[in-house]
Design a protein around this ligand. Structure first.
Ligand code: PGA
Length: 250
């Protein structure tokens, strides 16, 4: 079995004490899991959660990162700051960043290149809105986000990048793409990667699906050939729902 990569995006939830408590519970319950696992708490909880995760099989991720090394950038967090807090993975271009905070492909690409430069593993999120899908623009939207997001990434560096396909209409709505629909878009992303790089790199890419992943639908999504993991929002906030998703194969 391939190694699946299950990540939890805690979004703007949980105080430091609550984050530590949840992280402790996850570390205890996920020990020995064969999945690659990451959790991304809020910035304020990162350092405290890093202490809990030390020596465990759970990686620490951030939900965003600034596009600069350092300097006069009020409100931003640099890659060095994230690493200092114990972070090794960073989610970039999440649809909430794209749509609520108007992040462009160009900005996301700048962050991605900076993350790679600093040895952080970027998870590049892509996905179409319902209007884009219904207007027949799914492929062109996803293609643009992949091509522009990866601009300047050499093939040797591509192996450090993860892609998460998250249809915007499925995020936090309870509506999941059918496993067939999700798999088809993942296959399309591989075709784009093959054009940009090579068949080998396209096949090797880890592509997570995100959007209302729950214990009830995780196994059927993961069963699809092109789905290599999940980026989980709501269901990652409780051990009782996140643990069975990580261990969907059991
Ligand atoms: P959801 O969020 O699982 O709550 O739909 C997924 C995400 O935004 O990463």
């Amino acid at each position: 079995m391939k190694q699946y990569y299950i990540a939890g995006n805690w979004k703007m939830h949980r105080t430091i004490a609550e984050s530590v408590e949840l992280a402790k519970e996850l570390v205890a319950k996920l020990e020995g899991s064969s999945s690659k696992i990451m959790i991304a708490p809020a910035f304020t909880s990162l350092a405290a959660v890093a202490t809990v995760l030390k020596g465990s099989n759970v990686l620490l991720g951030a939900q965003n990162m600034g596009p600069e090394e350092q300097g006069a950038h009020t409100g931003e967090i640099s890659p060095a700051m994230l690493k200092d807090a114990g972070v090794s993975v960073v989610i970039l271009g999440h649809s909430e960043r794209r749509h609520s905070y108007l992040e462009t492909d160009e900005l996301i690409n700048k962050k991605l290149l900076l993350a790679l430069k600093h040895g952080l593993e970027p998870i590049l999120c892509v996905g179409e809105t319902l209007a884009e899908r219904e207007g027949g623009n799914l492929e062109s939207v996803v293609r643009t986000q992949v091509v522009e997001g990866l601009k300047g990434v050499a093939e040797t560096e591509l192996a450090k990048v993860i892609i998460a396909y998250e249809p915007v209409w499925a995020i936090g709505t309870g509506k999941t793409a059918t496993p067939e629909d999700a798999d088809a878009v993942h296959a399309y992303i591989r075709r784009v990667l093959k054009e940009l790089y090579s068949e080998k790199s396209a096949v090797a890419m880890t592509i997570q699906y995100g959007g209302s992943v729950k214990p009830e639908n995780a196994a059927e999504l993961m069963a699809k050939a092109n789905i290599d993991g999940a980026l989980v929002g709501g269901a990652s906030l409780k051990a009782e729902s996140f643990v069975p998703i990580v261990n969907f194969y059991k």
